[in-house]
Design a protein around this ligand. Structure first.
Ligand code: G1P
Length: 299
């Protein structure tokens, strides 16, 4: 039997974004832009391409710019209409949501990713749901979540995006303990959040895309503090492994992931997305080429 369709997605966006201070003093991290689109837009586009119809944001104080971003802007729209700027009106369309398609809940205390997802439990109800962490930006021909939805239709259970990382870096991630490796899909026999590098069960890391059974929400009801003193989503998913659980699968996605939660990753993504743009590629690549040549000559 095919699992129920995934139409709801949770976007945990409550974090303070301290790594990007001072910028994030007055703007949410998720509004920071790659070229001309905020990080959150990339996650929303990916979710839409995967068939998501309901978007649940877990926010906190100071995130109202996110709500404004996904609302209509009547003054701006009428000014653009008057000037005949149809191309810009078209660009704005991606920022609009159908009435009732977007909901916001607040995480009133920063207690971790598991707690953030749990805050959305009443909006999710008793159906499978996706979670997308907007810090992880994934450039892919077919949206990463869409790839996962397709695989999930075969496996059911719970699915996390997975990617091999250099072993010393594994301690920065949730890491899968592999029971069965089927190539694109692995079946997990364990999952650890931020293990010590020498204790990591593999170097297959969890990347911020999840398709989860509502049982994970029930597990989160009972969850105690885990790694870093936070309530970890990884721990609640790991409870679904083994007897009585609904199963956990890792999915090796096709695409390039950028860690936009770090400055270096953000800059790399900026270069990659700039180079991918037809309207910028020539000028931008000439600039990069000249800059690198000048640097080399100076050495
Ligand atoms: C979160 C998850 C972790 C995952 C990572 C991917 O960690 O807890 O399991 O590997 O995202 O980006 P964070 O980076 O928020 O500390």
């Amino acid at each position: 039997m095919k699992p129920r369709k995934v139409t709801k997605a949770v976007f945990p966006v409550a974090g303070l974004g301290t790594r990007f201070l001072p910028a994030t003093k007055s703007i949410p991290k998720e509004i920071m832009t790659l070229v001309d689109r905020p990080l959150i837009q990339y996650a929303i586009d990916e979710a839409r391409a995967a068939g998501i119809k309901e978007f649940i944001f877990v926010t906190s104080r100071g995130k109202s710019a996110l709500e404004d971003y996904f609302d209509h802007a009547p003054e701006l729209e009428s000014a653009l209409r008057k000037k005949g700027k149809d191309d810009l009106l078209e660009v704005l369309k991606d920022t609009n949501m159908d009435s009732g398609a977007i909901a916001y809940v607040r995480q009133n205390r920063p207690m971790g990713l598991g707690h953030a997802v749990w805050c959305a439990r009443r909006l999710i109800g008793n159906e499978p749901f996706a979670v997308l962490l907007p810090d992880d930006v994934i450039a892919a021909e077919k949206s990463c979540l869409a790839q996962m939805v397709e695989a999930y239709e075969q496996t059911g259970g719970n699915m996390v995006a997975a990617m091999e990382v250099p072993p010393p870096k594994a301690s920065a991630y949730g890491v899968l303990d592999i029971a069965e490796d089927m190539g694109t899909i692995v079946r997990a026999k364990g999952m650890v959040e931020k293990p010590k590098a020498e204790e990591a069960p593999s170097n297959l890391a969890v990347i911020g895309r999840y398709i989860l059974s509502p049982k994970v929400l029930t597990n989160l009801n009972r969850m105690k503090q885990g790694a870093g003193g936070e309530i970890q989503l990884t721990d609640a998913i790991a409870e679904e492994i083994g007897e009585g659980g609904s199963g956990v699968y890792g999915y090796r996605f096709r695409g390039q992931r950028y860690d936009c939660g770090s400055k270096a990753g953000f800059l790399q993504a900026t270069v990659a997305f700039g180079m991918a743009r037809d309207d910028l590629r020539d000028e931008f690549s000439a600039y990069l080429h000249d800059t690198l040549a000048q640097q080399k000559a100076a050495q």
